[in-house]
Design a binder for this molecule. Structure first.
Ligand code: SF4
Length: 378
């Protein structure tokens, strides 16, 4: 069986003002112990990870590249010793342009990494500063060049729209800069003001000025039309890639395929169960180093929930829901189960039925939440 391996690094140099991802800043004192804890957890899963073929590895965060080269080397050694990574596997790590250097790139490359996902977010220094990013647009472009020079075959960049100070014209200029870089993959996310973030506090105080709805929608539309016109096909709601450069690891999530997560706050999907490690970094370190399980929760979704999850994850992708795959997994006929919901959504112009499949239309991609809600059990 093939699986994906996700490794979470819960540290950042500085928290971005919009971010609610599980990461902490200013805890350099924990880097060495965390790396040791990760290696302990990976070694403890060695049986499973060496029996399965790991064909995607993804080191995410947080910012994996805040770890010093020595920690990255230790992690690489641990992976080589414990994980049967398939030949030709996709091995990605996320990086912040403000935290990369030649030593780290060399260590990661020497340990099998072949894809880098760079958090660029915008090509406007004012917008970056207002979002609390630690790098400039020029540093982002330099990081892309350095990654390529270090021998990585695949580079992805993340962009955001809807940030304070952003305009559709500025966003378009950023798309032009992105498309001119030697990258194969672009992810585009709209800002969501998440509870508990500095942006949420500013919003509550009436001090967060965001682009208005029309400007926001114009930016969404720009990404959806500009990137495909420049050769980046939209293969998932937020993701665009040159042919063959789709992120295989993330496709696992949308295709309901198994993956194992290690590290604080890491999630796994294994044999129909969803499992999550504790998000408390110090608790994670203590438990993993003591040889205890860092699991905080596990649950097996009931069939109706699992089928709905499958449907809305698959619908995120350009391929959509395959009725054949659905029947093979759940032993049920998708059109029988969801025919009425699908017909209603089709009348609204949100989905379209193909040969043995159901896919989102362009309108459905924009209003995905309406579609996804239609599949949830009552
Ligand atoms: S670098 Fe990424 S993970 Fe870290 S605070 Fe910023 S958005 Fe969040």
């Amino acid at each position: 069986m093939s699986i994906g391996l996700y490794i979470h690094i819960p540290f950042c140099q500085q928290k971005c003002l919009y971010c609610d991802f599980p990461s902490v800043a200013g805890r350099e004192d924990l880097y060495a112990a965390y790396t040791a804890a990760l290696c302990r957890e990976i070694a403890g899963k060695g049986g499973l990870l060496s029996v399965c073929t790991v064909d995607t590895v993804y080191i995410g965060g947080g910012t994996p590249t805040v770890l010093p080269a020595g920690c990255l080397e230790e992690l690489g050694r641990c992976l080589r010793a414990n994980v049967a990574v398939a030949a030709g596997a996709e091995f990605t790590f996320e990086a912040n342009p403000g935290t990369l250097d030649g030593d780290k790139l060399a260590v990661l490359r020497a340990n099998g990494a072949n894809r880098v996902s760079l958090g660029v977010q915008a090509f406007d220094d004012g917008v970056l500063a207002a979002a609390g990013r630690i790098h400039t647009a020029a540093q982002a472009a330099e990081a892309v060049a350095a990654v390529r020079k270090a021998g990585f075959g695949r580079i992805s960049i993340d962009l955001m729209y809807g940030l304070p100070g952003q305009t559709a014209a500025g966003f378009r200029a950023g798309l032009e800069q992105a498309a001119a870089l030697p990258v194969e993959h672009v992810s585009v996310y709209g800002l969501k003001v998440e509870e508990g973030t500095p942006f949420a506090r500013l919003a509550a105080e009436g001090r967060l000025v965001l682009p208005d709805e029309a400007e926001d929608e114009a930016m969404y539309d720009l990404a959806a039309s500009f990137l495909p016109a420049r050769g980046f096909a939209r293969y998932e709601i937020s993701n665009y890639a040159r042919p063959g450069a789709e992120c295989r690891h993330n496709l696992r999530y949308w295709r309901y395929e198994p993956y194992i997560g290690v590290g604080a706050a890491a999630h796994s999907f294994w044999q129909g169960e969803r499992l999550a490690n504790t998000a408390d970094v110090q608790e994670y370190i203590a438990r993993a180093l003591a040889g205890e399980s860092p699991l905080a929760s596990r649950e097996r979704p009931e069939a109706a929930v699992a089928m709905a999850e499958y449907a809305f994850l698959a619908l995120r992708t350009a391929a959509g829901v395959s009725y054949e795959d659905f029947a093979a997994r759940f032993g049920r006929e998708f059109p029988r189960l969801y025919g009425a919901a699908a017909d209603k959504l089709a009348r609204q112009g949100l989905v379209t039925a193909g040969e043995g499949s159901l896919r989102l239309t362009e309108k459905g991609q924009k209003f995905g939440n309406i579609v996804f809600a239609a599949f949830l059990p009552d």
